[in-house]
Design a protein around this ligand. Structure first.
Ligand code: NAP
Length: 334
């Protein structure tokens, strides 16, 4: 028997060919403790691109994207955190609620179906409320990149200098949070066309890392020889040697990612001499997310969106991401 239109939904899923395909399927019903969320927007992160272009294989049938925002349309029995009509966002790591994480948790797109779909049934514990002033397209940028940036800048304050690398999602959120917390921000980018936007967002100085490969020395010059108190390290092996040159004595390098595809790595003797702490950052808990949202509301921060694609244009969005010329976030409007 044919299903009525109301009970169907569309999702993008990984196909056997390694590409995504649009699939029509029944709309799920929430069970005890679950809600039915109408997904209004989702967003891309570097990790999604790695999975979508085959660098990290994911199971056939998996719905991609780790970040989504939407509105609650149904609640199951026993739901207390939310009601119908609430505007919500998923927690990036839905099984990490707070405190120190003792083991890696489940992740969307890899272990769990992600957010490139029209509806999702999800446990109420895996969601947080949207900051009130944000649109769905803005809120959908927060779970991975913003929470990671929030964790990466933890501990900095007024008078500190933070260095961000490049103009991707994590780095631009780190710039916004560092400025909101009163720190000075020095930014790097490979494209002169992006300098003005970085300055508009509050960077005091911008260094082109493509034309100034020894940018660590320039960070020292810009800080009267002291260096940056905290570095949000998204480049990894390809940038860490310069970060060690750029970091202040006893400063912190928050190791977030490995977007610079080289294997230069670091000299351990240089690192020890820097006196710096290297701390790895792996997203953040639901409690971190809620704390971050309070700061976003208090400072009326708005995520920086490069481009919004309509739901049906997911392939065009992936191809646009692949060109690597965005500033901030690429978003899907459902
Ligand atoms: N640990 C975690 O929890 C976590 C969470 C989120 C992301 N990550 C990782 O963090 C990294 C960034 O993620 P994202 O989603 O923010 O990426 P993204 O939005 O895709 O960032 C792309 C930008 O990175 C910049 N970039 C590339 N190579 C660079 C280099 N050698 N030096 C400085 N900047 C460079 C470029 O900026 P310009 O065009 O301005 O040069 C590019 O536009 C990725 O490796 C990702 O896997 C980790």
């Amino acid at each position: 028997m044919a299903m009525s239109t109301e009970t169907k939904m569309q999702s993008f899923k990984m196909s056997e060919s390694g590409r995504i395909e649009l699939v029509e399927e029944p709309r799920p019903k929430p069970a005890v403790g679950q809600v039915l969320m109408r997904v209004k927007a989702s967003s891309f992160n570097a990790r999604d691109l790695f999975m979508l272009d085959g660098r990290y294989p994911v199971p056939v049938g998996r719905v991609p994207l780790s970040d989504g925002a939407g509105i609650i349309e149904e609640v199951g029995l026993g739901v207390t955190r939310f009601k119908i009509g609430d505007r919500v966002i998923n927690s990036f790591q839905p099984t990490w609620f707070g405190g120190q994480q003792r083991e890696p948790g489940l992740l969307y797109h890899t272990h769990l179906d992600g957010w490139l779909r029209e509806y999702a049934v999800i446990d109420q514990q895996g969601l947080v409320m949207m900051p009130e002033h944000l649109e769905f397209t803005e809120a959908a940028t927060l779970p991975c990149a913003a929470v990671t940036a929030w964790s990466a800048v933890a501990g900095i304050g007024a008078g500190d200098t933070v260095l961000i690398q490049g103009t991707g999602g994590v780095s631009i959120f780190a710039l916004q949070f560092a400025r909101a917390l009163g720190a000075r921000v020095i930014a790097t980018t490979s494209k002169d066309a992006k300098v003005e936007q970085l300055i508009q967002l509050g960077a005091s100085d911008v260094i082109n890392y493509a034309t100034t490969p020894d940018w660590g020395a320039q960070v020292r010059q810009l800080t009267n020889g002291r260096g940056a108190d905290l570095i949000v390290e998204v480049g990894g092996a390809g940038t860490i040697a310069q970060s060690i040159k750029a970091v202040a004595y006893r400063g912190v390098i928050s190791l977030v990612g490995h977007i610079a595809h080289t294997t230069v790595g670091m000299n351990l003797l240089d690192f020890t001499s820097s006196g710096a702490t290297l701390r790895t950052v792996g997203g953040g808990s639901r409690s971190d997310f809620e704390n971050m949202n309070r700061v976003i509301e208090a400072h009326q921060l708005r995520p920086v969106i490069d481009r919004i694609f309509p739901f049906n244009d997911a392939l065009a969005a992936i191809s646009y991401m692949g060109q690597g010329n965005y500033f901030g976030k690429v978003v899907m409007s459902h």
